[in-house]
Structure formats: structure tokens, C-alpha cells
Design a protein around this ligand. Structure first.
Ligand code: ADP
Ligand code: MG
Length: 676
């Protein structure tokens, strides 16, 4: 048997089974070998019913009695009496009525679950059940649990994979020997053997370490190679013009922070190099990223280059267009806005101006990457809140120039170092680690829903002093329509009662963009006192006069998201406040208490990464595309080790020639993560 052999050659696999595997995209023996268990059930530690103590436990027993009853809508409880020679106990399952059929008869099962005190008695909760007669001998009762292959019983999948054991032991090594030695890893054959047929939990862990290492190694190597390739590209040369930059800085209504100066200087130096800029500008909310990009755009424009700035929402795009207009118009730089709501003739005219080069800076949403948009001479691309964009979209934008334009990605979501390495490893990074002068930390407080009246007084107090307020509500459930309803009812409630005497606006994602713009304009110009909104204001919205924010159902948000939301206030010299109202009056979680204590986005992102995983920070879509099967992006240690090996490997170009298969794997990731 070979690794390319089709599954029907395996003993006990008929055409029906082949079909089922095929539907799950499993065709060859290799496909099946690399089909990894989701987890392992530990049946090594079996206790008798008489000896059972609370905790995760496995017993070997028969089911004597089983019945299902509805408790309320959406909840059915199945209760069974399980018995072995030493005694009996009760097991319960929630919404698993099929257990009655599964456990009928006189068969013996291994039941694994949490033995705990619930509803006034000890019982085994939601145990898994495996027929004793189905237990393969090879596993020593540590059973691999595979992702469901539709139409096939788990036991059958296990049996078929067991047939491949001899083949698995012959799997060729894919990592260089020196890496295996240096990192003290299992061989590839051992890793697959151990993950399918482990004897101990330690076997599983070491196998996962090896396979996870390899995944991360590929990803990080891809990023190293992208960086090398980027260094060979030819970009636009945009010389530094001291008087131009000085003129821009003089006209600013404020003094740049030291961090802004340093970042701006880095951009200007990048412009001067042959190699195109490939830089990320990271700065906590309110650190003033836009003006840094504006300064660079001014420099680019002076030399006849266009700048494109892409923002994730229309609100943000129009706000950026306005800010940049104010900054740049005094120098005769023209700024255009291209979003979905620019329609008909106006759109045609704008396309034309962009193509002719009579618009110098084009700000927009992903409308910018449409085919019809042709630039005259695109020299500089800025992407705001870039983790919200797919890699694909970035590439589209970069294609619109004959030379590779300089690229600046700006993000306020602080990305923990480990994550940044895997995903943005090829980018240079500038950090704005300093807030503009005079900013006071936002005072944040968790708040019980029972004492809203006091909160509204605080809001009114701020408005009396001429300030503005946000009330954020959302995420009542997963249905956006319901979220809209909740924001609308909150809006109506406030408008018709406590804040009758104030001017209130409503903002949510389902409004037409003209409506959104109109509301935002009213709010920015101070004509509204309160903005009741969903999380559409989360990124970037900048109304410095607002100083107080109420976030309803705060416990439903991630810390990074709360931090982003909170960053809409605290944008001026006035003391600002953020009140996080809990869904109920129970004790707030440790996680939420963190945001009360800390104003540091980096720290909060680390906490989120630890507690909620990378999707929360990085944005689900791109993380999904990376599709790591074994490794976790939260495993900073393994990432650091893989990074070390990837750097070493990339140093010698001969390596890629020698390890052909590895090179192929890496190319796949390179395409996925490159900016070029
Ligand atoms: P972010 O980094 O969150 O995108 P913005 O670029 O929106 O921040 O800037 C936040 C606010 O701070 C804006 O109103 C901007 O005009 C102002 N700002 C930027 N730099 C400074 C500075 N050096 N001093 C004072 N205010 C500044
Ligand atoms: Mg911003």
C-alpha cells in the first residue's frame, strides 16, 4: 500500500464507505492518515460505581433504565440508571434523546463524564458512551475522537485507520533533521502513530507538539520568504522634502507627539528606499494615527503621487476624508471620497478624476478595489484597521499601480507580539506608544443594571457642561435584526423619558449610508447630545467632544472590543468616563474587571488572547483562512520555537532546493499571507 492508494483498497472498505469518505474529502490513505482526531477520550482510569468521587470519571456499566422528558421549550432531559457489579448511579443528558436507542439492550458501555452534584443529587452529566466491544485494542483505551464523517460510525473510522498502522510507521520525514534534533521533536511517523494510537496522554501531547510545530514552521517560513521577496521588489522613489514636511507640521493645530514624529520619520525613510514600504502602524485608540498617514500623503503628493486610503466602514471613510481634507487642502491637495453611496454620474466623474490624477488622495471603502477604479499614479496605499480586510482585498488594491506602491497598514487593535509574528511577520512595525499631551485616562466602571438612574444623571451632568455622550447597545443575541430592535427601543425609551430635554440620535448598521452620514455629521458638529448606537462606532470614529459612554450588556463583548468602543471617548483634554452595564446583577467576571483596571490595549489584547483565543483579536475571517489544524495561535512558546527554526532555515536558499516537499507546502501559505 502507498500513500496515494485509494481507500477502497483497504480491508473492510466497500464502495458505500468510499463514497462517504469521498464526501468528506478523504480519498487516499494519506488523506485518512492526516485526518486528525479532534480530541481523545480517556478510558484509562476506570472506576467502579462504589468508588466514584466527584470529577471527570469513566465507569464500565450497563444501562438499566432510560427515559426522556421535556422540561421546557428547547430542553429535553434524558435520565438513565447505570449499573455495574458494585452499585448504581444516575446519568443525565441534555437534548440527546437518541441515547435511549443507543443504550437499549444488554451491552456494556464505557461512560465518561463529569460526576457532579446537580439538582440535589450526584449524577454523571452528559457522559459519552462507547461500547466496550468496540474498543480497539491498539489504543490502550485512550480513544481518538474524529470529526464526524457523515454516514460512518466512529468505530468504523477507527477500525479503518487502524488498518493503516503499518503504513503510518513508514511515513517519510518532512522536517530537516537538524530541526528535529534541535527542537527535540518526534519523527513524523511517530507523531501520526501516536496521535491515532496513543498509549498515554503524554504521547498525544508530544505528537501535537510535533505536528503543531510543523504547521507554525510553514507559516512563519512563508512569512520570512515573503519578506525576502519583498526586499527584491522595486517601488516608487519618493524623496524627502524637508520644507514640505515642515510646512505641514507648522499648520497643525497641535504639536505632534514624540511617537508620531518617530513613526512619520520612518515612513519618510521608507519612501526614499528602492524597496516599497511594507509597514504596520500600531497605535492604541486615540494615539493619532491619521495625521501620521496624512503627513506621508502630503509628501507623496508633492512628488505627483496619489494616495489611496481604504477604511472598513463608510462612516469611517467619510470621517477620514473630512480629516484629511482639513489637513491637506491648505496645501492644494485634493481629497476625494469613494464609497458605495457615491452613485450615478458623480461616480463616473470621480472615476475620471482618479484616472486623470486630478484627485490626489482617494479615501474609500472597498469600493476602491473595484475593477473600474484606475489610478493615474498610485504611490501610497494606507489601509486603516487592516485586520478587518482579507488578504485578497489588499492584493487587489496593490495591483492598481505599475510599480508596487508603498503600503501602510494602520491598526488600533494591539496585536500581541506572538500573533503579529505569525500573521504579520513580514511587516515592519511602527508603534505609537504615547497619547497626545493632556489626555487623561478614561475612568471606567462596571455598573449594575439596577442603578441606571444614577448613570443617566452622570450623562446629563456631562451634557450640561457642553459635552456629548454615547449609549452603546447590541448583542442581545446572534440575530442582527434583534440587535437593531434593541437599539431602537433603547433610543425610543431614552428619547421619551429621561432625556426628553436632550437631542438624541440613532445609529445602526442597517441604516442607509446617507442616513448614517447625516446622523454622524449632526453628532460630530455637536448638534446631538447623545448618540445611541450599535457597535458600528467601534472603529475609528472620532468626536473629541464626547466624554461619556454607556455600554449595555458589556459582558457580551470581548475585552479588545470594549477597549475599542471605550476609545471613542477620552479624545480631548476633558476627563472622560466609560460605564459598563452588566446584563444582570450577578458578580462580574475576572475578565471584565481587567478592563476596569487597565487602559492599556496591549495588555487587554493579551488577556483576550489567553482567555478567548485569537479569533477575537485577529478577526475571524483571516484567521479561518490560515486554517491551523493542530497548533494554536495562542501557544506563544511553540510559535517562538518555530520562528527560530524558520529564520535559520530561510538564511540559506539552498534549503528550499533540498527540501522540495516542504517548499511546496510553504508556497501555499506564502500566497495566503503575502501583501504583494
Ligand atoms: P487613532 O489613532 O485612534 O486613529 P486619530 O487619528 O483619530 O486616532 O486621532 C485622535 C484624535 O486626536 C483626533 O481628534 C486628532 O485630531 C487628535 N490628535 C492627533 N494627534 C494629536 C496630537 N499630537 N495632539 C493633540 N491631538 C492630536
Ligand atoms: Mg483611526
Amino acid at each position: 500500500m502507498l500513500f496515494t492508494t485509494s481507500l477502497q483498497k483497504i480491508k473492510g472498505v466497500g464502495p458505500k464507505t468510499v463514497e462517504m469518505f469521498s464526501a468528506a474529502n478523504l480519498h487516499t490513505t494519506e488523506d485518512l492518515i492526516t485526518f486528525l482526531p479532534r480530541t481523545h477520550e480517556d478510558f484509562t482510569d476506570i472506576v467502579s460505581i462504589a468508588d466514584i468521587t466527584p470529577g471527570k470519571k469513566t465507569i464500565k456499566a450497563r444501562c438499566e433504565k432510560i427515559a426522556t422528558r421535556p422540561v421546557r421549550r428547547g430542553l429535553r432531559i434524558t435520565t438513565a440508571t447505570l449499573a455495574d457489579e458494585t452499585g448504581k448511579l444516575q446519568a443525565v443528558w441534555f437534548n440527546q434523546p437518541y441515547r435511549a436507542t443507543q443504550l437499549a439492550g444488554d451491552e456494556e458501555f464505557y461512560f465518561s463524564g463529569e460526576f457532579e452534584y446537580n439538582y440535589n443529587k450526584y449524577q454523571l452529566s452528559n457522559p459519552s458512551a462507547e461500547k466496550v466491544s468496540d474498543m480497539p485494542v491498539q489504543t490502550d483505551r485512550l480513544l481518538p475522537v474524529y470529526r464526524q464523517v457523515k454516514g460512518l460510525k466512529t468505530q468504523l473510522v477507527r477500525k479503518i485507520i487502524a488498518e493503516l498502522k503499518p503504513l503510518i510507521t513508514m511515513m517519510p520525514e518532512t522536517l530537516p533533521d537538524w530541526i528535529i534534533k534541535q527542537q527535540k521533536l518526534m519523527s513524523r511517523a511517530d507523531a501520526y502513530t501516536n496521535i491515532h494510537f496513543p498509549k498515554t496522554i503524554d504521547d498525544v501531547q508530544r505528537a501535537r507538539e510535533r505536528l503543531g510545530f510543523e504547521e507554525l514552521f510553514h507559516l512563519l517560513l512563508a512569512s520570512q520568504l515573503n519578506k525576502q521577496e519583498n526586499a527584491k521588489l522595486e517601488g516608487w522613489h519618493i524623496p524627502f522634502e524637508q520644507s514640505i514636511v515642515a510646512g505641514f507640521v507648522q499648520k497643525l493645530p497641535f504639536e505632534l507627539t514624540g511617537a508620531q514624529r518617530r513613526a512619520a520619520w520612518q515612513l519618510i525613510q521608507d519612501f526614499e528606499r528602492k524597496v516599497p514600504m511594507n509597514r504596520m502602524l500600531q497605535g492604541d485608540v486615540g494615539s493619532g494615527k491619521t495625521v501620521v498617514a496624512g503627513l506621508a500623503a502630503r509628501q507623496a503628493c508633492y512628488h505627483g503621487f496619489q494616495t489611496a486610503l481604504m477604511a472598513p466602514t463608510e462612516i469611517l471613510a467619510s470621517q477620514h476624508a473630512e480629516t484629511l481634507s482639513k489637513l491637506l487642502q491648505p496645501f492644494g491637495v485634493s481629497v476625494g471620497l469613494l464609497t458605495g453611496s457615491v452613485k450615478g454620474q458623480a461616480r463616473g466623474v470621480l472615476y475620471d478624476q482618479i484616472a486623470k490624477g486630478s484627485v490626489d488622495v482617494v479615501v474609500g471603502t472597498h469600493a476602491l478595489i473595484q475593477e473600474k477604479v484606475q489610478f493615474h499614479k498610485l504611490g501610497f496605499v494606507v489601509i486603516d484597521e487592516q485586520h478587518r480586510f482579507g488578504v485578497q482585498q489588499r492584493q487587489e488594491l496593490l495591483k492598481k499601480s505599475e510599480h508596487m506602491p508603498h503600503l501602510l497598514a494602520m491598526t488600533a487593535t494591539p496585536i500581541p507580539r506572538s500573533l503579529a509574528l505569525t500573521v504579520y511577520g513580514e511587516l515592519d512595525v511602527s508603534v505609537l506608544n504615547e497619547l497626545p499631551k493632556g489626555r487623561k485616562p478614561i475612568a471606567t466602571k462596571l455598573w449594575s443594571p439596577n442603578s441606571r438612574a444614577q448613570l443617566y444623571e452622570k450623562v446629563d451632568e456631562q451634557i450640561k457642561q457642553g459635552r456629548q455622550a454615547y449609549v452603546i447597545c447590541s448583542l442581545i443575541d446572534d440575530n442582527p435584526d434583534n440587535d437593531i430592535k434593541s437599539v431602537e427601543s433603547e433610543y425610543n425609551k431614552l428619547r421619551n423619558s429621561v432625556f426628553k430635554h436632550r437631542k438624541i440620535g440613532l445609529l445602526h448598521g442597517k441604516m442607509k449610508s446617507e442616513e448614517k452620514d447625516a446622523v454622524m455629521t449632526l453628532f460630530s458638529s455637536g448638534e446631538l447630545d447623545i448618540l445611541v448606537s450599535t457597535t458600528v462606532v467601534e472603529v475609528g470614529v472620532d468626536v473629541p467632544n464626547s466624554t461619556i459612554m454607556i455600554i449595555e450588556n458589556a459582558d457580551r463583548f470581548g475585552l479588545s472590543q470594549l477597549h475599542q468602543l471605550r476609545g471613542r471617548v477620552g479624545r480631548s483634554v476633558h476627563q472622560s468616563y466609560c460605564y459598563l452595564v452588566m446584563s444582570d446583577s450577578s458578580k462580574p467576571s475576572e475578565r471584565l474587571k481587567e478592563i476596569e483596571k487597565s487602559n492599556d490595549g496591549f495588555y487587554l489584547a493579551e488577556v483576550d488572547l489567553r482567555l478567548r483565543g485569537p479569533g477575537e483579536i485577529y478577526g475571524r475571517s483571516q484567521h479561518g483562512a490560515l486554517n491551523l489544524e493542530v497548533a494554536s495561535l495562542a501557544d506563544t512558546q511553540l510559535i517562538a520555537r518555530a520562528q527560530q527554526s524558520a529564520r535559520k532555515f530561510a538564511e540559506d536558499p539552498e534549503n528550499l532546493i533540498q527540501y522540495k516537499q516542504l517548499a511546496m507546502q510553504v508556497q501555499k501559505y506564502q500566497r495566503l499571507t503575502t501583501l504583494n
